[in-house]
Design a protein around this ligand. Structure first.
Ligand code: ADP
Length: 193
């Protein structure tokens, strides 16, 4: 089995590209969605978060996301510590998920923070989705209904595109000029040999 990571900055079109991979028969693990599920359900994560922040982090057994956000807001060390609790669980979950897809020759994981979390090392190949900055800003403003400054703030918190591109095996350009589906198909053909 070949595993591929799909990454790219906010608004680059990762989710859109992941859907195309799925249409071409490649199952995709959506790390962002699964990590949210694990944070809500994993007893291991719960226990470690309580050890760090106290019982009040869980209100009637349910994680108080707003309280967690206030703890890690503007505190890089605490954010790193929370990530160190969550990421290994996501990693295990991905490995279990991938082994349950053993009949597929290629599976993928979509993660905005693929490199930052070190998950790229789990993947045989990495695909980065690249979109010119102006286009990303417009798309996120429209998708999330938020002002330009908020989008820029999120973009500035992420690893620069140039760095991501350098670390990737394939770069998909999602600029409405090149066909997205053709680019995905070319990668799939290469990976399937
Ligand atoms: P990401 O998952 O990387 O944040 P999305 O896949 O959600 O990005 O894409 C951001 C927004 O741009 C979405 O609303 C999506 O529908 C739109 N979008 C993505 N690719 C294109 C494209 N090629 N043409 C037009 N809109 C697009």
């Amino acid at each position: 089995m070949i595993t591929i990571g799909i990454t790219g900055g906010i608004g680059s079109g990762k989710s859109t590209v992941s859907q195309l991979f799925e249409l071409l028969g490649i199952p995709v693990y959506i790390a962002d969605r699964e990590s949210k599920r694990l944070v809500a359900t994993s007893p291991v994560i719960k226990e470690k978060l309580i050890a760090m922040f106290g019982e009040e982090l869980f209100d009637g057994g349910v994680l108080d996301k707003a309280l967690l956000a206030t703890h890690i807001f503007n505190d890089k060390e605490k954010l790193a510590a929370v990530n160190a609790i969550i990421h290994p669980e996501v990693k295990n979950d991905f490995i279990n998920w991938a082994s349950s897809q053993a009949h597929f020759p290629v599976v993928a994981q979509e993660a905005a923070i693929l490199f930052e979390s070190g998950f790229d090392k789990l993947m045989d190949k990495v695909v980065m989705v690249y979109t010119p900055l102006d286009m990303r800003i417009e798309r996120v403003m429209a998708r999330d209904n938020i002002p330009r400054e908020k989008v820029l703030e999120r973009i500035q918190n992420q690893m620069p595109d140039e760095q991501k591109a350098e670390l990737s095996d394939f770069v998909i350009v999602n600029d409405n000029k090149l066909s997205l589906i053709a680019q995905v198909q070319t990668i799939v053909d290469k990976l399937r040999g």
